[in-house]
Design a binder for this molecule. Structure first.
Ligand code: IMP
Ligand code: MG
Length: 180
């Protein structure tokens, strides 16, 4: 594994995002919606740097089925709080192909959100497949598979305090130890 962003770099990026979000919304009440599971670490760090009146909800979107390629997407909004008439900021770990945000943003709009903007820790270069804008971005990263700070490979490594790129030797099955 190769470290791409260490802990101080990540903290500085999150602080920068919080400043931009605060400058944009001011004292306006905000509803933050985190996309499970990858956003949990960013969510915890980001909300503690925001001072406007804030509500936090989550929904789950899964497209990666334990591997590094895409499967079909499932969205579970059972745990989501009411977004009707609210300004919503969607928080996700990474903007990769963009399909997750492209599915979740219209869903929140259909649910009656007044506005929906998005914040992602990472944006992967050269991977975008859908034409959507994300307003707040922590870091642009090269096209590599990354783990840590919430991001996983086969549900592992979310707890790393840094962000690392996986190397071919790391792509073994985390359960059996065999090469994936
Ligand atoms: P999308 O392709 O923009 O829809 O991103 C879908 C999801 O894939 C993200 O929310 C992540 O959970 C996951 N993902 C994409 N790239 C990576 C990566 O490099 N490491 C770990 N997860 C990733
Ligand atoms: Mg995710």
């Amino acid at each position: 594994m190769k470290v791409l962003l260490d802990e101080p770099q990540l903290q500085a990026g999150v602080a920068r995002m919080a400043c931009e979000i605060s400058a944009h919304y001011g004292d306006q009440p905000l509803t933050i919606v985190g996309v499970l599971t990858g956003s949990v670490v960013l969510l915890a760090d980001l909300i503690r740097q925001l001072e406007m009146p804030l509500r936090v909800g989550v929904l789950q979107a899964s497209s990666y089925r334990g591997e590094t390629s895409r499967g079909s997407m499932t969205i579970n909004s059972d745990l989501l709080l009411d977004v009707k008439g609210r300004d919503v900021l969607l928080v996700d770990d990474i903007f990769d192909t963009g399909h997750t945000l492209a599915e979740v943003i219209p869903l929140l709009e259909q649910m009656g959100a007044t506005s929906v903007k998005s914040a992602v820790l990472l944006r992967k270069q050269g991977r975008q497949e859908v034409k959507i804008d994300t307003q707040f971005v922590g870091f642009d990263i090269p096209n590599e598979f990354v783990v840590g700070y919430g991001l996983d490979y086969q549900d592992h490594y979310r707890n790393l305090r840094y962000l690392a790129a996986l190397e071919p030797a790391d792509l073994t099955d985390t359960h059996t130890g065999e090469n994936a």
